[in-house]
Design a protein around this ligand. Structure first.
Ligand SMILES: C[S@@+](CC[C@H](N)C(=O)[O-])C[C@H]1O[C@@H](n2cnc3c(N)ncnc32)[C@H](O)[C@@H]1O
Length: 300
């Protein structure tokens, strides 16, 4: 931290004479908060089966503090009592901890690379299974269904789109999105190498669009928790973007093992620019297809 920043963030009293007692109190409070968050996550796991114990500490802390501020709750013990006794509140906290931001053809360059580098591999198989892990409200899975249609692969493919949050899965299944987003999604689609008119893939009313039934028919939506559930299918391609960033290193390793066990030999793993394989135990088990967009091919 620059000294000017330090000066701005500290009172002049502290600068003159460090108050060891108040520093000790602060350290104790931080330590207590950590212990209490650990207890809270343990209690949530025991009561509801949702396991956030190995999510990144910074992410969990930020979301919990936000919820406490919004609900007028002063300490984590109070929050724990409310979570354990109020199912509606527990469900709100689950929504807080599962960040659902997504979009159609998110990071168009990534989908361009999928078209150029992944689709030719997929074309060599007579039947295909694709797994979108952590699919949120489904925009990524619909994007993939569109690409498959344009590349002549739709008839031989099933997309499995999974998330541990039932609320987002319900929305994904409906395939209804706000009209206001279509300008941005159309631009993404075009940048990703789209071959038709994006508006061919939905019908719209005054406020919303609804994705075509032919796309919906290609996607099986399922509740699957990457932390607590196991392999459910052997697949040719896995896409899991913007999910593992919320997990600590150990949990990322565990989920990478699940992906490795779910892929056929020569199968493709797409992680996107925010994730990495480099620090996992499985780094050597893949060859690189696209370094920038973190697309890998299972070696054996
Ligand atoms: C930021 S969204 C990413 C959505 C999409 N993959 C994308 O990149 O646009 C993260 C999603 O991961 C899901 N998620 C978080 N932890 C999960 C877990 N343990 N198992 C399955 N899904 C999880 C969240 O519910 C959320 O929908």
């Amino acid at each position: 931290m620059e000294s000017t920043e330090l000066n701005e963030s500290c009172s002049t009293d502290i600068l003159k004479k460090p108050n060891v007692e108040s520093l000790n109190t602060m350290m104790t409070e931080i330590k207590n908060a950590e212990v209490n968050i650990h207890d809270l996550l343990e209690a949530i796991y025991n009561k509801y089966g949702y396991d956030f114990r190995q999510y990144s500490e910074a992410h969990v802390k930020r979301r919990i503090m936000n919820r406490m501020a919004m609900s007028g709750i002063n300490n984590i013990s109070q929050l724990q009592i409310k979570v354990l006794n109020d199912v509606t509140f527990a469900s709100i906290l689950l929504q807080d901890l599962s960040i659902n931001v997504t979009e159609m053809f998110r990071d168009p360059g990534f989908y361009k690379s999928v078209r150029e580098n992944v689709i030719p591999v997929l074309k060599t198989y007579p039947f295909l299974k694709i797994w979108h892990a952590g699919c949120s409200t489904g925009e990524e899975a619909y994007s993939m269904a569109i690409i498959l249609k344009e590349e002549g692969l739709a008839d031989r493919t099933t997309i499995y789109a999974t998330d541990f949050n039932q609320q987002v899965l319900n929305k994904a299944k409906e395939g209804i999105f706000s009209n206001r987003l279509m300008k941005e999604y159309t631009a993404n689609y075009q940048l990703s190498g789209g071959k038709e008119s994006f508006s061919d893939y939905y019908t719209s009313d005054d406020n919303n669009v609804i994705m075509n039934q032919s796309l919906k028919n290609k996607i099986v939506w399922a509740n699957h928790n990457l932390v607590t559930d196991s392999v459910f299918a052997e697949v040719n391609l896995i896409l899991c973007r913007n999910v593992l960033i919320y997990f600590d290193r150990k949990l990322q390793n565990k989920v990478q093992l699940l992906f490795h066990n779910s892929l056929i030999s020569g199968g493709i793993l797409c992680l996107g620019t925010k994730e990495s394989l480099r620090f996992t135990d499985l780094h050597e088990e893949y060859s690189v297809v696209d370094e920038k967009h973190r697309i890998f091919k299972k070696k054996y």
